[in-house]
Write a protein that binds this ligand. Structure first.
Ligand SMILES: [Mg+2]
Length: 112
């Protein structure tokens, strides 16, 4: 399955909203919830000795679904977002990961 096919499929399974505002609030809160579920599964697996890897895998998929829907909301192709990320990483780490390059890179903190 290509990213384009995945995004198209996700859209078919998404609820329709009366307002764009309600739609993006739902996707934004939804991805945060799924990311929390991912964190919880990792914590239970490694801190509590309760193997939650199946749940982790499922919740990673759920997180991807929200990524696809947020991209769709803004009219972005999931594949383009993936490609932009690859280009950013190639620029930052041309050959392999380096701590020095990661520290030197002056990035904007998008969470300001
Ligand atoms: Mg989930």
């Amino acid at each position: 399955m290509t990213p384009k096919e995945y995004q198209k499929f996700c859209k078919k399974t998404a609820k329709k909203f009366n307002t764009k505002e309600k739609e993006i609030f739902t996707w934004g809160l939804g991805i945060a919830g799924e990311a929390g579920d991912v964190a919880g599964c990792i914590k239970k697996t490694f801190s509590h000795g309760d193997d939650q890897r199946a749940g982790l895998k499922e919740n990673l998929g759920d997180t991807m679904w929200y990524i696809a829907m947020i991209c769709d909301f803004f009219g972005w192709n999931l594949e383009d977002v993936m490609q932009e990320n690859i280009e950013k990483l190639k620029k930052r780490h041309p050959k392999v990961f380096s701590k020095k390059a990661a520290k030197k890179d002056k990035r904007r903190d998008w969470n300001e």
